[in-house]
Design a protein. Structure first.
Length: 292
């Protein structure tokens, strides 16, 4: 529970509550269950997504910087998309806010933590220049990694929201090399202005869509499990943190959805997922920065 985390080793605390592994025996196609917040063994990796960093959200940024300092105790950090609210191109690295985020990631990298990056639907224009400056390794969406002997398929999650046909058409367009070349050929100021209007358009488009349409599609998730050959998936994007357990072909599959972060609101949201050396997953609660 919050408050039980020791400052010295925040992701490698005390005894396990053992709640995480027992809740999945159901034969229902899909069930959800809470994940333990305590680890029995030291953490090997941390997973976060959807921080939506922007200059207009200073408290969320502070929570992220605090988190990065604590993450030094863990060998690997996975950023699973939408770290930034938007990214206009790697020539925007020098904007003070962006430079601050890059410096914080770089400091974590220099402290010996391996940082991996999967692009989100908002920051997919991140490129090699950013990656080199920040000391992060860019991964494809989806990617399979093996941690503590467990193969895990990692994704942002937007590609699995196949019920949102309109969004998938948009995604195909903006992820094409031709669109990106055209876009990045425009002056930075013009790109920033365009992104501003696209964000407004996206807010308006979402208003007319049901919650179900904007969630992942069950068949797309099953397909990703089967294609990847894994029984463990971690993604973000939907802002609906949960652990979903489902049985496919008689085999138990587990899908973890990461929370989005927002510390500007009265009830702050955020937090991370961790995997320990025994291969157990557990939640790392958000440490909300004090009001200044
Ligand atoms: Mn997203």
């Amino acid at each position: 529970m919050p408050g039980a985390q020791a400052d010295a080793a925040p992701f490698a605390s005390a005894a396990s509550t053992a709640a995480a592994s027992t809740a999945a025996a159901s034969t229902a196609a899909v069930s959800t269950a809470a994940v333990s917040t305590a680890a029995a063994a030291p953490a090997l990796a941390l997973f976060i997504s959807d921080i939506h960093l922007q200059a207009d959200a200073p408290r969320t940024a502070q929570a992220f910087f605090d988190f990065l300092r604590q993450a030094r105790a863990v060998p690997q950090l996975y950023l699973l998309g939408d770290l930034f609210e938007y990214w206009a191109g790697d020539d925007d690295l020098d904007a003070p806010f962006n430079a601050g985020v890059v410096a914080a990631l770089r400091a974590l990298h220099d402290a010996g933590v391996a940082i991996f990056w999967i692009a989100g639907n908002r920051d997919f224009l991140i490129g090699e220049r950013f990656a080199e400056a920040a000391g992060v390794t860019l991964l494809a969406d989806p990617s399979i990694v093996t941690i503590a002997g467990r193969p895990i398929v990692l994704a942002h999650g937007d590609l699995q929201c196949t019920d949102d046909v309109e969004y998938q058409a948009f995604r195909t367009r903006v992820r094409s090399a031709a669109w990106q070349q055209d876009f990045l050929a425009q002056p930075l100021a013009q790109r920033l202005a365009l992104i501003g209007s696209m964000r407004e358009g996206s807010r308006l488009a979402q208003r007319g869509k049901t919650v179900a349409i904007m969630d992942v599609n069950a068949q797309a998730i099953e397909a990703l499990f089967l294609q990847s050959g894994t029984q463990l998936m971690i993604h973000g994007h939907t802002h609906r943190p949960a652990r979903h357990v489902q049985v496919i072909d008689g085999i138990r599959h587990e899908r973890h959805v990461l929370p989005d972060w927002d510390c500007e609101t009265a009830v702050p949201r955020g937090g991370a997922l961790a995997i320990d050396a025994a291969g157990a997953l557990y939640q790392v609660p958000l440490a909300v920065p004090a009001r200044t």
